[in-house]
Design a protein. Structure first.
Length: 292
């Protein structure tokens, strides 16, 4: 699933291609991933694209206000696992699994392609958009050290699950959680509330540095991801943990292992990232008796 760097890459490509253009018509194919297909068909024609932004893993295409209406609104897009949003020349052959065509006033089209249709598309007013985005956590590229520590420290879940929780931090997914934990030398099964301030600071720093580097390299192309120009990202060549089970750790040479945390494959170095201490058998047995 595209994560923060991949979505930011798509947003920057779209912004450079369609900012200031007006949508003249809409054509839709399969619409089961849309909140309200009718609202998209009726609400987009005649609207000018005034901004293209990222909020977590969401793309927000902000629209100019219609005549007689104070609210401008926006088109909200989530790429799901295999979604792709880009501008094409109208005469360019259509790719398989294209489900939405937004004709622009310069003769091009914004097309949404999604083989698995696990994405989302919705027309929203400013108020609806604010409520939707208000459910998300802090922006990992902007969160302060103090706020990061408070958000992590308030969770008794395993740190990998905390990083994946979009209510805590928006935009972080499996790839960059594993990569950041590896760089910060933190085991994915550590409990968030048990991290020290020093460990949390190291994790925040690692996460920010990795996300910025991944954005600079246009994200990670693991399966389907390509940028707005159709080119794959390059950061997958820099992965130190994710997807490297059985390969040598780039830091110490120990074989990278895989476990499942929060229902997701998690890759880590058992030497560099020490696991949480587990009580001895006798202690564990007494604890279980107390709970009963």
């Amino acid at each position: 699933m595209p994560e923060l760097p991949e979505v930011e890459t798509v947003v920057r490509g779209l912004r450079g291609a369609v900012l200031g253009r007006s949508i003249v018509s809409v054509r839709l194919g399969k619409t089961d991933f849309m909140d309200d297909a009718g609202a998209i068909e009726e609400g987009l024609p005649g609207r000018r694209i005034v901004a293209v932004e990222r909020c977590g893993k969401f793309i927000v295409v902000r629209l100019g206000a219609e005549r007689g209406r104070a609210s401008a609104g926006a088109l909200l897009v989530h790429l799901g696992m295999t979604g792709h949003l880009a501008a094409w020349a109208a005469e360019q052959p259509e790719k398989k699994h294209t489900h939405a065509w937004f004709a622009l006033d310069d003769g091009r089209e914004i097309r949404y392609t999604d083989a698995r249709r696990f994405g989302r598309m919705a027309m929203m007013t400013e108020e609806e958009l604010a409520r939707e985005m208000g459910r998300l956590g802090a922006e990992p590229l902007e969160v302060s050290e103090e706020e990061f520590f408070l958000r992590i420290g308030s969770r008794r879940a395993r740190i990998k699950a905390v990083l994946l929780d979009q209510r805590v931090l928006r935009g972080v997914g499996n790839i960059y959680a594993d990569e950041s934990l590896w760089r910060a030398r933190i085991h994915p099964e550590r409990i968030g509330s048990r991290l020290s301030a020093k460990e949390a600071a190291a994790l925040r720093r690692a996460l920010r540095e990795i996300l910025l580097r991944a954005i600079a390299l246009r994200g990670s192309s693991i399966a389907d991801f390509v940028d707005a120009e159709g080119a794959p990202g390059e950061y997958q060549r820099r992965h130190k943990a994710y997807g490297r089970e059985g390969q040598a750790c780039a830091r110490c040479g120990t074989m990278i292992r895989r476990i499942v945390v929060a229902g997701r494959s998690s890759f880590f170095c058992p030497r560099c990232q020490r696991g949480p201490r587990r009580p001895r058998k006798g202690v564990a047995k007494r604890l279980r008796k107390k709970k009963r």
